[in-house]
Design a protein around this ligand. Structure first.
Ligand SMILES: NC(=O)c1ccc[n+]([C@@H]2O[C@H](COP(=O)([O-])OP(=O)(O)OC[C@H]3O[C@@H](n4cnc5c(N)ncnc54)[C@H](O)[C@@H]3O)[C@@H](O)[C@H]2O)c1
Length: 335
């Protein structure tokens, strides 16, 4: 059975939006129908390259084209306004992470999408990283035993283009979402310390300690002050440790040899920790954005399909706000 291609437009063709344009231009089941960016130099280049009509504003596009679906990749503070205008027209929306600049805005977006009956999908792209999916599969299969600690590092140089939000709202939301995604547990409390060295208005470094409902401890080291790009997730449990390099999509296993000797025992008993084998698991590499956009299109056709929901997006921005609150007050914030 052939399904009619979904007409999609991209609003915001900057550093992330242009990747959506590239992937959508080549994605089966999709027709890239229009692109929009306030910067007409950016759209002129993309319009030529991908042979797609370009517009300087959403309003100008909507005067001529009503797409079935849209990707919203404008700066975060504009997510609510742009996504709402599309939802009003009955357009399905994939909004880039973070869903919006605050919990209140996120809730408003969810309410609008529900009232209009359109699909709302949030671009938490790390959920589509093949190494994360393989990690999650192995955690569900019990390979690690009980999970004790999840640590995420997301560090790199300062990106001057990000003016509207700080590193917590821009980057930490990725790892907050990963914590929820790999553990299946909610974050209950958080303590965060930040510094602001280069950004004119917001924090550019955060170190945070979190506690999840199932007792797992989370540590986040996230900043724009490190002269090399690091994207790493480490999950330590009773039987060993998984390490994911999110950039190279490598998944490495460090066995706890002491737990291996007790394999048949009750795993609640952690008798000791000894270095054991190290195994690099084979992960079939794939561009996460392709998988994310495929999932969005699948969800438009079938609302029972997996998605990153507005509630997932809201949970991430809620914890991000708690981290900001904690860094201001110097106190632990309970969620
Ligand atoms: N999923 C990811 O890994 C990832 C990575 C980077 C950025 N993002 C998200 O994507 C969004 C955009 O970030 P970016 O890094 O691409 O920013 P960017 O500044 O590079 O691009 C934003 C673009 O939006 C355009 N724009 C701004 N306001 C507009 C408006 N009202 N109408 C039309 N165009 C408008 C700008 O001209 C610019 O080209 C942010 O929400 C960010 O958090 C996600």
């Amino acid at each position: 059975m052939s399904v009619k291609p979904v007409n999609v437009c991209v609003i915001g063709c900057g550093s992330m939006g242009r990747n959506h344009v590239r992937v959508l231009s080549d994605l089966p089941g999709v027709e890239l129908r229009a692109i929009v960016d306030a910067n007409t130099q950016v759209t002129a280049h993309l319009a030529h390259r991908y042979r797609v009509p370009a517009y300087p504003t959403l309003e100008a596009m909507l005067a001529e084209v009503t797409p079935e679906a849209a990707v919203v990749a404008v700066p975060t503070v504009e997510h609510l306004r742009i996504a709402s205008a599309l939802i009003e027209r009955g357009v399905h929306v994939l909004v880039e992470k973070p869903i919006a600049a605050s919990v209140a805005e996120a809730r408003e977006l969810i309410a609008r999408a529900e009232a209009r009956g359109v699909a709302l999908f949030v671009g938490h792209i790390e959920r589509f990283n093949p190494a994360v999916l393989e990690l999650r599969r192995r955690l569900s299969a019990g390979e690690l035993g009980r999970v004790l600690h999840v640590e995420a590092r997301r560090q790199g140089p300062f990106p001057a283009r990000i003016q509207d939000v700080g590193v917590i709202v821009d980057l930490a939301v990725h790892d907050i979402d990963l914590l929820r995604f790999v553990t299946g547990s909610e974050i209950e409390r958080v303590y965060a310390e930040t510094t602001q060295r280069l950004h004119h208005a917001h924090e550019d470094m955060v170190r945070a300690t979190l506690r999840l409902a199932d007792g797992v401890v989370g540590s986040l080291a996230i900043d724009w002050l490190t002269p090399t790009k690091v994207r790493e997730l480490t999950v330590t449990g009773e039987r060993g440790m998984f390490q994911v390099n999110l950039l190279t999509q490598d998944l490495t296993w460090f066995e706890n040899a002491a737990a291996e000797e007790d394999r048949d025992d009750d795993i609640a008993l952690l008798r000791g920790v000894q270095e054991g084998r190290m195994i690099r698991h084979v992960v079939k590499k794939r561009e996460p954005l392709v998988a994310e956009l495929e999932a969005f299109i699948r969800f438009i056709h079938d609302r029972a399909a997996d998605r990153v929901s507005g509630e997932d997006g809201t949970a991430a921005i809620r914890v991000a706000q708690a981290m900001l609150e904690s860094s201001r007050s110097g106190l632990v914030v309970r969620l």
